[in-house]
Design a protein around this ligand. Structure first.
Ligand code: FMN
Length: 364
């Protein structure tokens, strides 16, 4: 372990998880805001190896590894995060109305297993505030996806209208939009993954995006849970193809606790979604199933337990066009995205199979 990692881990352990997140994120934004800060970070850390470039969703990504939703819910730091080496940043989940999320503590570390359990509950300042902030970004803007979810107090029968409100608000600032129906922390949300509920929801969001952004077709994706039964994964894949969706993000966090050894700590943490290394196997399985079903007709974005260049390469070989991570970034620190993308570039050059899967990146 290098000095940088030792210091980072020591600092991380001393703060409660949500405070560590806030402090780390503040530092990233500060570094990017000082004169030439973002330029220096970009110069040394942003992906620039041509082997990493991806063309997908009608967009150019400098590298396939992006930051998963939930880290920058309100779009405060997209420039700084991309400057650290992420090829794109997904902001949100935002909801139509601002909401505080669940009571704290709501994020728990399982450091031995490189996992987190969270029940944040979509704490966010609302879709309108996010849109205003993204509109105000100055300087080079990275590819930014916007992930939308349901406002907690809105009852189930108002879900479609709630998502539609968010979609309208973010249409002109989002490079792509993700309908999140897979967080375990909003009661009833994951029921929207059932095809009979998902179809009208996605149709309505598609129509709202087209109406709000008539000149540019905003790519639309859906993000699914790893806890879906195989038949339900197939049903979502078929529906996505049927509706002409652009892609699927697999996966969100899991309600399973498999792989966490400290059962007392698991009980103390309580309900929520688990992310990180223990999710890796199931997330890979879901990706493989989706790819077998859809081939290259959809852009598949792999998330869940990606923590190394080998993991990244494995997901690309399994059919992913793009990748996302959150938990490994928390454990490994701000230099991690640069390290993974750099190592991945080497792997893609050395391994023609991975490079082939990688360049076959679905609808351009
Ligand atoms: C603290 C925390 C908050 C999250 N919030 C969101 C969210 O708001 N929306 C969402 O779609 N996913 C959210 N996620 C899920 C991640 O985007 C990602 O799908 C999941 O953590 C698996 O990737 P990982 O193992 O690399 O963390 C969150 C994850 C964590 C750890």
């Amino acid at each position: 372990m290098g000095v940088y990692q030792a210091v980072y881990r020591l600092a991380l352990r001393r703060l409660p998880p949500e405070a560590a997140h806030a402090a780390g994120f503040w530092l990233i934004r500060f570094a990017a805001a000082v004169p030439f800060g973002a330029w220096v970070l970009r110069r040394f850390l942003a992906p620039r190896d041509p082997a990493l470039r991806v063309r997908a969703l009608g967009l150019d990504f400098p590298g396939p590894l992006g930051l998963a939703a939930g880290f920058d819910k309100d779009g405060h730091g997209v420039a700084g995060l991309a400057a650290l080496g992420f090829g794109f940043v997904e902001v949100g989940t935002v909801t139509a109305r601002p909401q505080p999320g669940n009571a704290k503590p709501r994020m728990f570390r399982f450091a031995a297993e490189r996992a987190l359990v969270n029940r944040m509950g979509f704490n966010n300042a609302g879709a309108a505030a996010l849109a205003a902030r993204l509109r105000a970004v100055r300087g080079p803007r990275p590819v930014v996806g916007v992930n939308i979810g349901k406002t907690k107090v809105v009852p189930g029968d108002g879900a479609v209208a709630d998502y539609v409100t968010s979609a309208r608000l973010v249409a002109d600032v989002a490079d792509y939009v993700v309908v999140n129906v897979s967080s375990p922390n909003t009661p009833g949300l994951r029921d929207l993954q059932a095809a009979d509920k998902l179809r009208p929801l996605l149709l309505a969001v598609r129509a709202a995006l087209d109406e709000a952004s008539p000149r540019r077709r905003v790519p639309l994706l859906v993000k699914i849970a790893p806890d879906l039964a195989d038949a339900d994964i197939d049903a979502v894949a078929d529906l996505a193809l049927d509706l002409g969706l652009d892609g699927i993000i697999a996966t969100n966090t899991t309600i399973s606790r498999d792989g966490l050894r400290d059962s007392a700590a698991v009980a103390d943490a309580g309900p929520g979604g688990m992310s990180g290394a223990p999710l890796r196997g199931r997330a890979l399985e879901v990706l493989r199933r989706l790819h077998a079903r859809t081939g290259d007709r959809l852009v598949l974005i792999a998330a869940g337990g990606i923590s190394s260049a080998d993991d990244a390469r494995e997901r690309l070989a399994a059919g992913a066009t793009l990748l996302q991570a959150y938990t490994a970034f928390i454990y490994e620190g701000p230099l991690w995205p640069h390290r993974v993308q750099t190592e991945l570039a080497g792997r893609l050059r050395d391994d023609p199979d991975a490079a082939t899967a990688h360049s076959g990146c679905g609808p351009g």
